[in-house]
Design a protein around this ligand. Structure first.
Ligand code: 4FV
Length: 251
């Protein structure tokens, strides 16, 4: 069972998202467990101080190293092989691939920052990896932690139930997803593409692959640099690049 330990000053922020829907069911089915820990429990003094002013001056507060070091020592004593992860805008951009890899770990310990972040000596000595969920600044590491726990949990066998598996969704083949449709066949005058009603699964699969390529080419051409593409895919992409004279379909 995958164990997620979360070290945070605001454990209550994470409670309900982890109790609902797929993650909630997976916890009940003992496919994963999330243990929330309040960093303040390892802080000293009557005020249990966890932050202090930055050396060299400047705004904001920095999280003190000692409470974090004590907390991680205790958590690692229970999960010696767990990886310690820090969420920070300076981290490696978190991706589908990372989620897939991290799901193979026995345990993960998430360190949630607040204020201006942690004393640098924490990063240098106690962190196995740093991840960013995007080039923007949040008020804390709790939401990035929830994002990562959600993405990673989808790779844990049984979490997504039945046929639905993380291996067949966006980015699993390096491309964006194809458009999805469901009843009604016509909505506000917009009809579902005929081919999807044809029952010809070969044609449908080809159409869906074309849609993935078109959508990726239009929205995330950077992904085409790394996605494994077949000769067929390349032919389709080459047609996309060719300036269209009339309204010809992709043949
Ligand atoms: C963040 C991000 C992020 C920075 C200071 C928490 C905040 C505070 N984490 N991806 N973007 N963290 O903005 O992961 O400690």
């Amino acid at each position: 069972m995958m164990i997620f330990d979360v070290l945070t000053l605001f454990p209550d922020m994470l409670v309900s998202p982890l109790q609902e829907s797929i993650l909630g069911r997976a916890s009940k089915q003992q496919l994963l467990q999330v243990r929330l820990h309040n960093l303040r429990d390892w802080a000293e003094g009557k005020h249990q101080t966890t932050d202090d002013t930055p050396y060299g001056g400047g705004d904001g507060m920095v999280m003190k190293p000692e409470p974090v070091a004590r907390a991680l020592a205790q958590l690692k004593s229970k999960s010696p092989r767990a990886k310690v992860l820090l969420m920070t805008p300076q981290g490696t951009p978190f991706s589908h691939q990372h989620a897939c890899e991290l799901a193979k770990e026995e345990g993960l310990i998430f360190l949630c920052g607040r204020y201006e972040g942690f004393d640098e000596r924490i990063r240098q000595t106690l962190i196995d990896a740093e991840y960013s969920i995007g080039d923007f600044v949040l008020t804390g590491g709790e939401l990035p932690t929830l994002v990562m726990i959600d993405a990673i949990s989808r790779f844990i066998p049984g979490v997504l139930g039945g046929s639905d598996s993380a291996e067949i969704d966006s980015f699993s083949d390096g491309l964006l997803e194809y458009p999805q449709y469901t009843r009604p066949a016509v909505f506000k005058g917009m009809a579902v593409p005929e081919i999807l009603l044809s029952g010809d699964h070969g044609k449908i699969a080809r159409w869906r692959r074309e849609q993935q390529l078109v959508r990726t080419w239009q929205r995330r051409p950077d992904l085409l640099q790394t996605a494994p593409l077949s000769a067929d895919d390349l032919k389709i992409l080459e047609q996309l690049q060719r300036p269209v004279s009339g309204t010809e379909e992709i043949d």
